[in-house]
Write a protein that binds this ligand. Structure first.
Ligand code: ACO
Length: 318
């Protein structure tokens, strides 16, 4: 069996916060944020709107693009660092929201690399016969763990959810070609939250050493892309689309330059959506599918890096 992405969907909260609006809260400017990050705006969840609500809307959009009902789904994996509750999982809530009662449901916590880790879980379920159609969702309400007084971090993030359906398809040329997953906990002090359930009984707020994260991001996302292509028996010349984690437009351009991948082959959504952590890659996949950039047979490389540090890459034949 091949594990093939057969559908995508996404959801962004309706509230948009521009750079100018942020400049009214902290000492920053539209020019600084655009120049350093490429970000122009971010979507922010409304009061009461939770990660599971965003995830459910993205899942429903993916099912609509698949053209079948939720009853065909037999597994749900949600990548998130911002769950509604410590338990149950966001995935279990999505299952209930879809009105289905069969199959596995769990959350994966690997921060901005979460979607790639989640894809690997779903791929494993398909390869071992545990599931045949898995909703893989990246969903975040980063706005809930941001320190809105900290200009170093509050300008970078947004809320949103993207979903794909990973489906067991009899052998063919489409589907996941290779996945690499890495982690190095020694770098935990570079990026994380001050606090958490078992330490402070709160979710905590985000801290980051921006320049160090930037350096690791470029170096590790570039090298893991190369390693994963090699595992797939492919080369950089085979890549039709680079759809990396969207933290910063400068970071993406630098990764592409290091890999000698043309800028036109990069899907970049960070300008309108900012960094939605585990949701950035499925959100970008949905945009690129809907606007026709992704065509059957295209080779797509999806590298990511996040808190942990964790990093990884998935290479697929679309
Ligand atoms: N507005 C205005 N000035 C700011 C702002 C802001 N929003 N934020 C920081 N500054 C100031 C700093 O205080 C500093 O001032 P100082 O020189 O007086 O001390 C100055 O700008 C330069 O700060 P640097 O941190 O050196 O700026 P840099 O060019 O490194 O850009 C940035 C910062 C954008 C955070 C960059 O390091 C970056 O993008 N890093 C990647 C981090 C990232 O995207 N993390 C997301 C999570 S991890 C992930 O998703 C992979």
């Amino acid at each position: 069996m091949q594990s093939v992405i057969t559908a995508t969907g996404s959801y962004l909260p309706s509230v948009i916060v521009t750079n100018d609006a942020l400049a009214l809260r902290v000492d920053t400017s539209d020019a600084w944020i655009r120049e350093r990050t490429g970000i122009t705006q971010r979507h922010i969840a409304a009061q009461g709107e939770q990660t599971s609500h965003l995830a459910l809307r993205a899942a429903q959009a993916a099912l609509e693009s698949a053209g079948y009902s939720a009853h065909k789904i037999d597994g749900i994996v949600v990548a998130t660092a911002t769950p509604d509750t410590t338990m149950p999982s966001v995935a279990a809530k999505v299952q209930a929201g879809l009105g289905i009662t069969k199959g596995a449901a769990l959350d994966v916590a690997a921060a901005c690399t979460g979607f790639i880790y989640a894809l690997s879980v779903a791929h494993g379920w398909i390869q071992t016969g545990i599931a045949t159609r898995v909703l893989v969702i990246g969903a975040e309400t980063m706005s809930r763990i941001i320190d809105w007084e900290d200009r170093n971090t509050c300008v970078l993030f947004g809320d949103g959810a993207g979903a794909v359906i990973l489906e067991a398809v009899p052998s063919g040329t489409r589907g996941i070609r290779a996945i690499t997953l890495e982690a190095a906990g020694e770098f935990a002090p570079l990026l994380g939250t001050h606090g958490g359930v078992s330490s402070t009984q709160t979710a905590g707020t985000l801290f980051m050493q921006g320049q160090e994260v930037f350096r690791h991001g470029v170096e590790k996302m570039a090298s893991v892309t190369l390693a994963t292509l090699e595992k797939a028996g492919l080369t950089l010349a085979d890549v039709d689309w680079l759809i990396p984690h969207q933290a910063n437009a400068r970071m993406i351009r630098m990764i592409a330059r290091q890999l000698k991948i043309a800028q036109e082959k990069c899907v970049i959504t960070v300008a309108e959506q900012a960094n939605t952590s585990a949701a950035t890659i499925p959100l970008a996949l949905d945009i690129a599918r809907r606007d026709g950039r992704l065509q059957p047979g295209n080779i797509v490389a999806m590298p990511a890096l996040g808190a942990g540090l964790t990093w990884g890459c998935c290479v697929i034949s679309w």
